[in-house]
Design a protein around this ligand. Sequence first.
Ligand code: GDP
Ligand code: MG
Length: 598
Amino acid sequence: EYQKHIRNFSIVAHIDHGKSTIADRILELTDTVSERQMKNQLLDDMPLERQRGITIKLNSVEVKYCAKDGETYFFHLIDTPGHVDFSYEVSRSLVACEGALLIVDASQGVQAQTLANTYLAMDSDLEILPVINKIDLPSADPDMCKDEIEEMLGLDATEAVEVSGKTGKGIPDLLERIVQDIPAPSGDLKAPLKALIFDSKYDDYRGVVLSVRIEDGIVKPGDKIRIMNTGKDFEVTEVGVSSPYPVKKEMLVAGDVGYITANIKSVRETRVGDTITSSCNPTATPLPGYRQIPPMVYSGMYPVDNQKYDDLKEALQKLQLNDAALEFEPETSQALGFGFRCGFLGLLHMDVVQERLEQEFGMQLIMTAPSVDYHAIMNDGSVKLIDNPSDLPDAGEYQDVQEPFVKAEIMVPNDFVGAVMELCQKKHGEFQTMDYLDKFRVNVIYKMPLADIIYDFFDDLKSFTKGYASLDYEIIGYRSTNLVKIDMLLNHEPVDALSFIAHNDEAQTRARQMTSMLKKLIPRQNFEVDVQGAIGAKIISRATIKPYRKDVTWKIHTGDPDRRAKLLEKQRKGKKRMKAIGRVEVPQDAFMAVLKMD
Ligand code: GDP
Ligand code: MG
């Protein structure tokens, strides 16, 4: 009977179309949070999410709704991120649901991630309820939105709900429609326990907290459970739901979405996508779980203080529980010592991992320039994966280097097609096709190197199109493109962490740019520093960083105390992220210089 009153759904959309705001209104209207506790984008509770104003993690909450039929329904709603880098969070959340609210901004219409996320929801066979948001805006055009939803997504939009997350208009209708349109979960209460772990996090007091969707059976405190993929047994200490603060429950039953704790202290005992069952009465087959998605970019991560290597390892393991897309393995650099090669879904993901390690785990890190995964075709025909440019063997040992290519789909208003094409050509793009989506918009498709997309393409695209273009891409294979490795030398010693791979025809320019960037970024030392770029033994660019002169420091000392304090403070702050390479102090910025070249 309870099961008929459950509604599990995700909220999906293109970034900024209003998912988190609509979640706020739902929490408010159902009195899930008091007025005192209410704040904007309440579910974006991670400090980093609040700082950046974006959703990074999926977040599930239980909401009790008294419907017009007089019955009380239990909504388990999952708010999801919209940025491409986090689509893995979206796909995981969808597996825990029967339905999805597809939010479309009435002034923007269907965008790249609207399409991508709709396809994900369709793949999971979810009931999709189109919701047109921001109808309060003067530029809102709900009818055009409906046409686009029908034409581009093939969904029936005649019944789409029109709402404003800002004013709350239409939200009561939306709640009713959720009850009517989204099916209740099915699942056998009497069958052996079968639950999917769709997310997890590490809590210092409770150990690992598992977010689960119960498919079959019941789970309650005291039960013995088994993680099917590792075979490890645990005793359940607590079950409950987030509302949005943890609320204990007596049990979770088939169809529920909630959390389980079981004194799991080691982070290696569970993995997102694993199936939980009962130890005494196990189910025969585990749930299908998730397809692990390969990283798009790699970067080296090193503790500023070499003594902190083990701390960094532990922090990465704990963070991985909460970020299943993060990959890492140990790596050594001659310049930076012991650290980890980490794999990320994109640069935003990389940024987020770095900041979370610093904010949540107190780490101080040096990150090396991101690189895609190259293939070196060796002389014997074997393929060597190169996720770190310094690992590329010497010319002569390999026949060819190949780089990953993507198919990029750019959705853009007519007026900006020219600008987009110009940008794509500049980024080594090959034009494929162009489809008119409707009177105003075009879908432009290019093939181009992943490296060109990952670095600054997104920012350039935004500025070239005044923010009107949206982008989606997928890897389609590897290609030879005439690549060379450029080494950077400081005082004639190659610094492995500064090596990068470039197209041959641009090698000279890139080496020169990198040299002058390093000259700018590396502060003066008390001796002269030579900066050089080289291909193999051939030096192709050079610059010199002059030593600082004695009288500069003397001037600081005699200057007014205010200015002196400021200078010292500035120096101290800069110091934090310095790494000594040989005798040269190199700041974090220098390792990212390769990103700033154009
Ligand atoms: P998300 O990325 O889909 O989670 O989007 P957010 O909920 O964070 O909203 C993005 C921006 O749109 C925020 O600045 C919101 O205040 C704004 N916004 C959301 N819903 C509405 C709406 O109905 N009307 C207006 N005018 N602005 C809205
Ligand atoms: Mg959001």
